[in-house]
Design a protein around this ligand. Structure first.
Ligand SMILES: Nc1ncnc2c1ncn2[C@@H]1O[C@H](COP(=O)(O)OP(=O)(O)O)[C@@H](O)[C@H]1O
Ligand SMILES: C=C(OP(=O)(O)O)C(=O)O
Ligand SMILES: [K+]
Ligand SMILES: [Mg+2]
Length: 631
């Protein structure tokens, strides 16, 4: 595997073999063009410091502020330490008590946290409203900003008794616009002329200028190309190129948002040289590369005498440093974010623009080496056109998948998105991986308090497909009605789930079969679900250390909810993404009899089960299925 890093702007490419590859212990830089001295003449080389201010330290450019926390208004309800007690998410507990087992929500909800929802109060409101997973998108905000969100979610869980999991979504090497000079949005009108530039915004920029984060942008665009903002929400056609400026004519008007993603098309197909790449190279390997380059430079300096080839070598090394700084900063971003996510102990890392299973495998071994407890799940975001030809391999390598319809809709024709969504959801269920349906589910609710009928139908479709989770993006990050949007997802899920259960009984549809992997745990879980459906059990109980048995029950999409008991709090948080699972933290012993007794008495004391309820119990301790009436 030799990932290649391409600097289009320099019309030059070199490849880097990561140090773990079998054939090479050290990174190899292969330069196709021996005329290094030519590079100096190219216009886009930047000194390292300039590069750093653009890429390595993007925080400098971002000016986001946090609403202050209302510290004193929050009574710190410190829960007792988990010794013998049972811990469940507070919102789920009230839902169970109010509505009874059968009517709890099965479809999970992921909310993207942004300026509208990053305060402690707002986060708490989302947790009360049923948010199962909070997502931060590393495309926006600074690491410090994200750190505060993570800290607040953790505090919410500890002090207020919620069990919200944390997902970090990587940026991917997408091309996006700059910050709009501080404005929150800008309206592009039909027929208007806009300038997209790689220059920094300044006085000499024409009116309606937008910066672009990719230095090769002006070189790569051609007159006649189509430029799509935010997956096609606003469209432009390139009419002229003037040095670093690309002059565009607006063909589809709309709202431009800061740092919106850009794709460009030529002759009806996507030009995707550079917008779909997470290179399989780590920050350590890159650091090594930098050290090697600096040594190369030092050796070149030692060569006195001024022979032309040596001067050339020196010149080349200087250029190489510039070049590496440029390209490395581009690709390093995701790896620095991944290191950040591991250090902060997030529960999920969602990888943007995955093209192959290799990226996922590499990231999983990277995480395994740094997080020995192996408690971060990797979610493959399916949005790049290249991912669609090897979906099964990618999904198998991952711990879950996201149908990232926003960017997907910019890479394949829109009318193909629904069938691709259906196929991915089906495939994930077969392969026993949780799947999230994301983007524009309730897009109009960014501005309005009521969704459109079409949006409600779209949500219903995803719930009907029995996707594990639905995701809010702008609706919860920067919209005017985050809690209302969450309430719509909740109520539509509940209603459609109930309707499906009623329908299933009239058509006697059987749960999905275990055609893909058949082993004792799979067979046991399939049988337990069948039994629970036939006997109209009130709940399935599963005692699980790793969460695997619980996932196998969820995969069958049973009629009743599954109470999953695990001693491990990070397993509990990861199970939040699984359809129909209610994860509890509970320490248990090898003695199932006493585990059950204890669980029944703890749950009865909290009013979460009643005498006479019919429970089907599965455990990965004993290979048994028990049918029990709560005493
Ligand atoms: N941390 C953040 N800071 C500021 N704005 C954010 C943040 N996260 C999300 N947003 C806003 O919400 C919008 C939708 O979020 P999302 O779908 O995650 O991002 P995008 O569509 O830009 O990839 C973003 O375009 C951005 O305007
Ligand atoms: C979820 C998506 O990714 P992001 O919001 O990071 O662009 C998407 O493209 O649909
Ligand atoms: K992202
Ligand atoms: Mg995307």
């Amino acid at each position: 595997m030799t990932p290649s890093v391409t600097s289009k702007s320099l019309r030059f490419s070199f490849s880097i073999a990561p140090s773990h590859s079998q054939s090479n212990l050290f990174p190899i830089i292969s330069l196709p063009n021996p005329n290094f001295h030519l590079f100096r003449q190219l216009p886009l080389l930047k000194p390292i410091s300039a590069v750093q201010s653009n890429f390595l330290v993007p925080e400098v450019q971002k000016t986001q502020t946090f609403p202050a926390t209302n510290g004193p208004n929050f009574p710190a309800v410190k829960l007792p330490p988990d010794t013998g007690a049972i811990v469940v998410d507070r919102a789920t507990e009230s839902e169970l008590k109010e509505n009874g087992f059968r009517s709890t929500r099965r479809t999970k909800i992921v909310c993207t946290i942004g300026p509208q929802t990053c305060g402690f109060d707002e986060l708490e409101a989302l947790a009360i409203g049923g948010m199962n997973v909070a997502r931060i998108n590393m495309c926006h905000g600074t690491r410090e900003w994200h750190r505060q969100v993570i800290e607040r979610v953790r505090r919410l869980n500890e002090e207020k008794g919620f069990g919200v999991a944390m997902m970090m979504d990587t940026e991917g090497s997408e091309i996006h616009m700059g910050d709009l000079g501080g404005a929150t949005s800008a309206k592009a009108e039909d027929g208007q002329i806009w300038t997209f530039t790689v220059r920094t915004l300044g006085l000499n920029c024409p009116e309606r200028t937008i910066t672009v984060n990719y230095d090769g942008f002006a070189e790569d665009m051609k007159v006649g190309d189509e430029l799509l903002v935010d997956g096609g929400m606003v469209r432009f056609v390139v009419t002229e190129k003037i040095g670093p400026d690309v002059i565009c004519y607006c063909t589809d008007p709309g709202m431009l948002l800061p740092r919106a993603n850009l794709t460009f098309w030529r002759d009806g197909s996507l030009v995707r040289e550079r917008n779909a790449m997470l290179p399989t190279i780590s920050s350590k390997e890159i650091s090594f590369l930098i050290v090697m380059t600096l040594r190369f430079d030092r050796e070149a300096r030692k060569l006195d005498g001024g022979l032309t080839p040596k001067e050339t070598l020196h010149e080349a090394s200087r250029n190489l440093i510039d070049l590496l700084a440029f390209d490395i900063s581009w690709i390093l971003h995701d790896w620095l974010d991944i290191d950040f996510g591991i250090a902060e102990g997030v529960d999920f890392i969602a990888v943007s623009f995955v093209k192959s299973a290799e990226v996922i495998k590499h990231l999983k071994s990277y995480i395994a080496a740094r997080s020995p407890k192996n408690d971060i799940a990797v979610i493959a975001k399916l949005e790049s056109i290249d991912s669609l030809s090897n979906l099964e391999e990618i999904i198998l390598a991952s711990d879950g998948a996201m149908v990232a319809r926003g960017d997907m809709g910019a890479q394949i024709p829109l009318e193909q998105v629904p069938s691709v969504q259906g196929n991915i959801v089906q495939l994930c269920k077969q392969l026993n991986k949780p799947v999230i349906v994301a983007s524009q589910l309730l897009e109009s609710m960014v501005e309005y308090p009521i969704p459109t009928r079409a949006e409600v139908a779209d949500v219903s479709e995803a719930v009907g497909q029995q996707a594990d989770a639905l995701m809010l993006s702008g609706e919860s990050a920067m919209g005017h009605y985050p809690e209302k949007a969450l309430a719509v997802l909740r109520s539509v899920s509940l209603r459609i789930e109930r309707w499906l259960r009623e329908k299933r009984h009239s058509t006697l549809e059987v749960p999905i079969s275990s055609s893909v992997c058949i082993g004792i745990p799979e067979e046991m879980c399939n049988a337990a679900v069948k039994m629970a459906n036939k006997l109209e059990a009130d709940a399935l109980f599963v005692y699980t250390k790793t969460g695997h048995m619980a996932s196998l029950l969820s995969r069958n999409r049973p009629d009743c909810p599954v109470f999953a008991f695990t001693p491990n709090s990070s397993v509990r948080r990861r199970l939040n993404l699984r359809w129909g699972l209610i994860p509890f933290c509970l320490s248990f012993s090898d003695d199932m009899e006493s585990n059950l007794k204890r669980t029944f008495s703890l749950l009865k004391a909290r009013g979460m089960i009643n005498s006479g309820d019919l429970i089907i119990v599965v455990s990965d301790l004993l290979q048994s299925i028990q049918v029990i009436n709560v005493p």
